[in-house]
Design a protein around this ligand. Structure first.
Ligand code: KG4
Ligand code: ZN
Length: 333
């Protein structure tokens, strides 16, 4: 079965074609980052308009890349939340139109569940049971996943997401939006021990907090003008990464998982990908990362999740499918 996947929940327009739930025939991502860069963050209406402009072009391109026509598509999967309502409406309306025109089922997908499906697209696939850590620009969650389709959120950030904290810190430093990849690159030549940024809530529970870290950075920058950028980035990143790693390891131990799967844009980070396996190994656990291009927003993961819902769970949605900007992951199938 050939699945067309569509993702427009934030500022990436993405279309993918997936064969039999795992084989990627096309995976196109168009980032609106340049459009939003001058505002330092995503402007929802501009994002919606740009999705509307770009999505049909990208879908046609994806089919061409896969060597297919509309007649070949057997299922349409689309992100229906969580995310920005305008961008979600563009994707869901377009997907419903395609499903109607092609006479194929429509399947709505939870964006956070889709992030976890990146693990099924690696070779060999990483299948549950595992403890999932989803760290992106909008969310930071710890999820017990006994099997795909069963998600129990066991911890989350109480304020900013990990990627959001990096993006806000980068904005303080004058880095372009989104700052995560720039901080990643600068940190490579910095000293992570140079500035003792706090590790909020490190010693207790499974919830996280990153807003205080940003405040600490504001004060530190005020008192130390002219500190070297690479050291600032490496030290801030180290604090974020250490909190993510320790919380995920604690959750895995508490819920008796031996394996941890990391997903979401921040999972592309090099320091996280370096430190996590070391710490996990020292505690007898294993950690898995998708390749970076499947960590950040894309539609191949959406198609994989849609295939699973339809093929394994027997779920499809009506053409009147309505997006939910706050769609929870907990309890979603
Ligand atoms: O999953 P994603 O693409 O979109 C959301 O669902 O939010 O995640 C985007 C977030 C942004 O905050 C971005 O700065 C961060 O992921 N990010 C990174 C890296 N690549 C993307 N953070 C650190 N290092 C990276 N290499
Ligand atoms: Zn995402």
């Amino acid at each position: 079965m050939l699945v067309l996947g569509i993702e427009t929940s934030c500022d990436e327009t993405a279309v993918a074609v997936l064969e039999d739930g795992r084989k990627i025939l096309a995976n196109l991502v168009y980032s609106q980052a340049d459009l939003h860069a001058r505002y330092g963050g995503v402007v929802p209406e501009a994002a919606s308009r740009d999705h509307l402009r770009k999505l049909p072009v990208l879908a046609q391109e994806a089919l061409g890349k896969a060597g297919l026509t509309w007649k070949d598509i057997g299922l349409v999967g689309v992100t229906c939340g969580p995310g920005l309502i305008g961008p979600l409406l563009v994707g869901v309306s377009y997907a419903a139109g395609v499903a109607l025109a092609c006479g194929v089922p429509l399947v709505g997908v939870n964006h956070l569940a889709a992030h976890l499906f990146a693990l099924r697209l690696v070779d060999p696939p990483v299948e549950p049971p595992f403890l999932g850590l989803i760290a992106s620009g909008g969310h930071t969650l710890l999820v017990a996943v006994p099997r795909f389709g069963e998600y129990q959120v066991v911890g989350s950030t109480r304020d900013d997401a990990a990627g959001e904290a990096l993006d806000k810190f980068g904005r303080l430093l004058g880095l372009p939006y989104p700052a995560g990849p720039h901080i990643d690159a600068l940190a490579q030549r910095g000293d992570p021990t140079r500035i003792p940024f706090p590790r909020p809530m490190l010693e207790s529970g499974l919830d996280m907090s990153f807003a205080g870290l940003k405040t600490a950075a504001v004060y530190w920058l005020r008192e130390h003008p002219g500190a070297p950028l690479p050291d600032l980035c490496a030290s801030f990143l180290e604090a974020v990464v250490e909190v993510l790693v320790e919380k995920a390891l604690r959750a895995a131990r508490r819920f008796q998982f031996k394996r941890i799967a990391v997903a979401g844009g921040v999972a592309a980070n090099r320091r996280l990908r370096e430190l996590f396996p070391e710490r996990a190994a020292s505690r007898g656990m294993e950690v898995f990362f998708p390749p970076p291009e499947l960590c950040t927003d894309n539609a191949a993961t959406v198609a994989a999740c849609a295939f699973h819902r339809y093929h394994d769970l027997g779920i499809s949605d009506p053409l009147s499918l309505s997006p939910d900007p706050n769609l929870p992951l907990h309890g979603w199938r």
